[in-house]
Design a protein around this ligand. Structure first.
Ligand SMILES: [Zn+2]
Length: 339
């Protein structure tokens, strides 16, 4: 156990995760434009910091952003005298579980591998890397006038995840269900599916993120749980253990898409749609104060922490999902301090 506990930290130490600006060849031919790339990267970082999005990136490092310039499909004659060709700015954790926020020319088409991303009226977009993401991804951008930027290869830092064994759970919470329990589980799956059918395009995530509650972190993202000796899905969120009844707050702006107080596994459960495919789920709540369809702002009380559903003690489980990819929520908030 103790050997795996610090695996993430060891990864961070093993790789000097500063932005690979030296390799950040640019789309443009001139040194001035190259400088512009570095500047925009820096200012995006500042924006992230202002939005409270980046303070945890230092703990895992910023990863490597490599703009692959070997593809010379961009005719320099298309570069407008006003410097109209500017590469996108990207910031976040270029690591498994990381969330990336980006900005490009409004009206652009942005593709991550084979996925078309949502781009808002100001050119902002997000994407994420799941726990088992391969070591690279490719970003392709087409400007509204049809200009195709050279694809950027993004390096995604692999991480080691820990193994957790939890014994002594009641068997019916692990693998044996009565017909009534099965019905409840199926109903829960349907409710969650319905909640995700009409997610919003508005980029509410620009509010930045804050911890839904502060306290002891009792479980981290990505760990493989072995419950009563049976290997389960990896842990999809971060757990913060605080007493039942403690106020639970919206981690960012968004629209509540699900508010249920008695899900079989999750107990009291709230989904918040932060826009562009990004969703928070808050589990095991003892009290749910919001309703589906309600708009919430970062910091609003949405209910209270509890131990409902499959929980061994009072805590909140907070998971972050972009499309079908589970991300590490802990990477988007400041380091936990208990003040
Ligand atoms: Zn959890």
């Amino acid at each position: 156990m103790s050997r795996t506990r610090y695996a993430v930290l060891m990864v961070a130490l093993a790789f000097p995760l500063t932005p690979d600006i030296a390799n950040a060849d640019t789309l443009a031919a001139t040194p001035e434009d190259e400088a512009k790339v570095n500047n925009t990267a820096t200012s995006m970082k500042d924006l992230m910091r202002e939005a409270g999005l980046s303070s945890s990136t230092d703990s895992l490092g910023e990863g490597t952003l490599m703009m692959d310039m070997k593809v010379a499909q961009l005719d320099t004659s298309e570069i407008r005298p006003d410097g109209g060709i500017t590469p996108p700015t990207l910031a976040g954790d270029f690591a498994q579980g990381g969330l990336i926020i980006g900005e490009t020319m409004p009206g652009s088409t942005v593709m991550l591998d084979d996925m078309t991303l949502d781009v808002d009226a100001e050119g902002r977009f997000i994407f994420g890397f799941d726990r088992d993401h391969p070591e690279t991804a490719v970003l392709r951008i087409t400007y509204p006038d049809g200009t195709i930027l050279a694809p950027q290869t993004l390096n995604v830092e692999p991480r080691d995840f820990k193994i957790e064994r939890i014994d002594g759970l009641p068997d019916n919470k692990v693998n044996q269900f009565t017909p009534e329990e099965e019905q409840k589980i199926v109903r829960g799956i349907e409710l969650k599916k319905a909640a995700r059918e009409n997610m919003q395009k508005q980029a509410d995530w620009t509010s930045g993120f804050e911890w839904p509650v502060r306290g002891r972190i009792s479980g981290v993202f990505g760990s493989q749980r072995i419950l009563n000796g049976v290997p389960r899905r990896f842990h999809s969120g971060v757990d913060v253990a605080v007493p039942t009844g403690t106020d639970l707050r919206a981690p960012a702006d968004g629209i509540v898409t699900l508010a249920e107080d008695d899900m079989y596994f999750e107990g009291g459960l709230v989904f918040i749609d932060h826009g562009q495919g990004l969703e928070s789920a808050l589990l095991h709540m003892s009290r749910v104060d919001v309703q589906a369809g309600q708009r919430v702002q970062k910091g609003d009380v949405i209910g209270a922490v509890g131990a409902t559903g499959r929980a061994t003690g009072p805590h909140v489980h907070w998971s972050l999902k972009w499309r079908d990819r589970l991300l590490d929520a802990q990477l988007v908030v400041p380091e936990m301090s208990n003040d």
